[in-house]
Design a protein around this ligand. Structure first.
Ligand SMILES: [Zn+2]
Length: 344
């Protein structure tokens, strides 16, 4: 899922996303709650209409941003009081209010409010924290069921497995969340500064506990070579700002590894970014031209680069789906492990 933090995937128009075959994107509850406000978006017909996006939208609960962006925050059992990073105003998120905000946005897949502890934390803190996340998930779920009783449209709510980097806590959290029998499950608290092998181990820890017939969503991952690793551990959905953010910073992902477009070696390189890519950028423009646009700070660079990187990520997921359908996923995974270069 490409990330559209402010109800836009930076650099791409909705038509571009549709042409790339994007079926679902992520929008950030915290940011849209603060600006322009969920009530305004609701008055404008909901997020789908506001941003002119017909396909699915997943919203996070806002919890991660409260913990990573907000200058001041106070966690109580009731919820979290936080200070806006925009103007310093105080706001409160509760398990119930974040369901209401996400429903006002008209999100298709909602996340339950969770606490996302920083890394590292003690086992003791992480244990207290998952108890809070579990209580919040139950409250959010009850509120969601009440709201769905009168809702003309169908929405899903995913609770989030937390537990920092402790496999026993991850398992305890997943076992309790599964009792809610929700439409899907998210795995959060990854990509918070931990070594990459730990993120994979934490996903592995709950692999046998989460129901096989419900989607599993690993939040905020990963690098191109990691996507098949997560899928190998049962993950169905992922979101990451990497393809779009790295594109703008000059990092292009290709089937042959990463390209840093500002490097002098590309200054007169007539080849496309990736000779195996069918995207608009690769079918029309050279590395030399993209490097020139990047060096000149041209807006078109961000547009073309983002378009290519999103396409690369979607192509990887397409390759994975095909490998699974043709029963060749283990071979595919082995090839990726052999050819992927760590600098990616
Ligand atoms: Zn391309």
């Amino acid at each position: 899922m490409p990330v559209g933090t402010q109800a836009t995937v930076k650099g791409l128009a909705q038509r571009d996303l549709e042409e790339l075959g994007v079926q679902i994107l992520l929008a950030n509850t915290y940011h849209l709650f603060l600006r322009p406000g969920h009530e305004l978006i609701q008055r404008m017909g909901g997020l789908h209409q506001f941003m002119s996006w017909r396909n699915a939208i997943l919203t996070d609960s806002g919890g991660f941003q409260v913990f990573s962006l907000s200058g001041l925050r106070k966690i109580t059992d009731h919820g979290v009081v936080f200070q806006s990073h925009l103007d310093g105003d105080l706001h409160t998120f509760t398990p119930e209010s974040t369901v209401d905000v996400q429903l006002a946005l008209g999100s298709d897949i909602l996340m339950a409010l969770d606490e996302c502890p920083e890394y590292p934390v003690s086992h003791e803190y992480a244990r207290e924290s998952i108890e809070r996340t579990l209580r919040w998930a139950r409250q959010a779920h009850e509120h969601y069921l009440r709201r769905m009783g009168t809702s003309p449209t169908r929405h899903a709510l995913f609770p989030i497995v937390q537990g920092s980097m402790f496999a026993d806590l991850r398992r305890r959290c997943a076992e309790s969340l599964v009792q809610l029998q929700t439409d899907g499950y998210a795995i959060g608290g990854l990509s918070v500064g931990e070594p990459r092998h730990l993120s994979l181990e934490m996903v592995e820890a709950t692999e046998d506990l989460l129901p096989r017939d419900r989607p599993r969503y690993a939040m905020g991952v990963g690098m191109p070579a990691e996507l098949p690793e997560y899928v190998a551990r049962g993950i169905d959905m992922m979101d990451c700002v990497l393809p779009s953010r790295n594109a703008r910073n000059g990092y292009l992902f290709t089937s042959q590894g990463r390209i840093i477009i500002k490097h002098a070696r590309y200054k007169d390189d007539p080849r496309p970014v990736d000779e195996n890519c069918g995207c608009y950028t690769c079918s029309r423009y050279s590395r030399a031209y993209l490097r020139h646009l990047f060096q000149s700070g041209e807006i078109l660079y961000a547009v073309l680069a983002t378009r290519h990187n999103i396409r690369r990520y979607l192509d990887i997921m397409r390759e994975i789906r095909q490998a699974i359908l043709s029963d060749s996923f283990p071979t595919y995974l082995r090839t990726i492990r052999l050819t992927s270069d760590d600098s990616e």
